[in-house]
Write a protein that binds this ligand. Structure first.
Ligand code: MN
Length: 245
């Protein structure tokens, strides 16, 4: 069974290098998202010698209040990658105060991606799903970029709107452990679903989840969609191929 972990912070683990090698050895397609463009060179270097790991150029909304000036560096590096993330908006209580700045930065990210073309973005949208969709509609002409909502917690109607715009969703085991998460996932079109761990921010058996643990999300996804684990693995792999083709 081939696994897909489309959102994992490999560089936040103490054994970052070993983890890159592990994903590659186990042939798990892993998207190594980053939170600042300063992390790009090392992530890119480690990923570029693998077959199954790809690095994404990030600028995390939770860091924008402190690090918004790094958007210049982010923009300078964009030509080196097809994958972008983690980017987006966060209106949770700790980050709400930087919303204006977050919107400026995210608009700039979307515009740059639209201009460059052919980018795939892993999107954070805590309490901002509607706003993120508004910005995507305003800034990115159809077909100029592809979007994957990671750990989507918006409403079912926002999810429907995202799907109509062609967006994908990467789902993890923690999300699928709640009734709300399961209801959301069962409402999603099956051809738009990918799996993720969001490690190290989720855990497996008391330790931070690693890409090899993404089978658990696959199993829960199967349960939510009435598919066998093999079928859900096939579906996710097919979706990844469509997304990246
Ligand atoms: Mn994340």
């Amino acid at each position: 069974m081939r696994l897909v972990d489309f959102h994992c912070h490999l560089d936040l683990y103490p054994d970052f290098e070993a983890l890159v090698a592990e994903s590659d050895l186990l042939r798990i397609f892993t998207l190594a998202v980053t939170t600042t463009p300063k992390a790009w060179p090392r992530n890119n270097k480690l990923a570029s010698s693998t077959k199954y790991v790809r690095a994404a150029l990030g600028m995390h909304p939770q860091l924008v209040a402190e690090r918004w000036r790094e958007i210049d560096l982010w923009e300078k590096l964009l030509g080196e990658t097809r994958y972008v993330g983690e980017v987006g908006l966060d209106a949770g209580p700790r980050y709400f105060s930087s919303m204006d700045r977050q919107m400026q930065v995210f608009r700039r990210i979307l515009r740059s991606c639209a201009e460059a073309g052919d980018k795939i973005l892993s999107i954070h949208s805590v309490r901002t799903a509607t706003k993120v969709l508004d910005l995507i509609e305003e800034e990115v002409p159809q077909g100029r970029a592809k979007f994957v909502f990671h750990w989507f917690t918006g409403s079912i109607s926002d999810a429907r709107r995202a799907a109509a715009l062609g967006c994908y969703f990467s789902v993890n085991s923690q999300m699928l452990a709640t009734d709300r998460g399961r209801a959301l996932v069962s409402s999603l079109p099956v051809d738009r679903i990918l799996t993720e761990t969001d490690g190290p921010f989720t855990s497996e058996g008391g330790s931070p989840a690693r890409p090899r643990d993404v089978g658990r999300a696959l199993m829960l996804l199967g349960a939510a969609k009435s598919l066998s684990p093999d079928q859900s693995a096939e579906v996710v792999l097919r979706n990844l191929k469509t997304l990246t083709s």
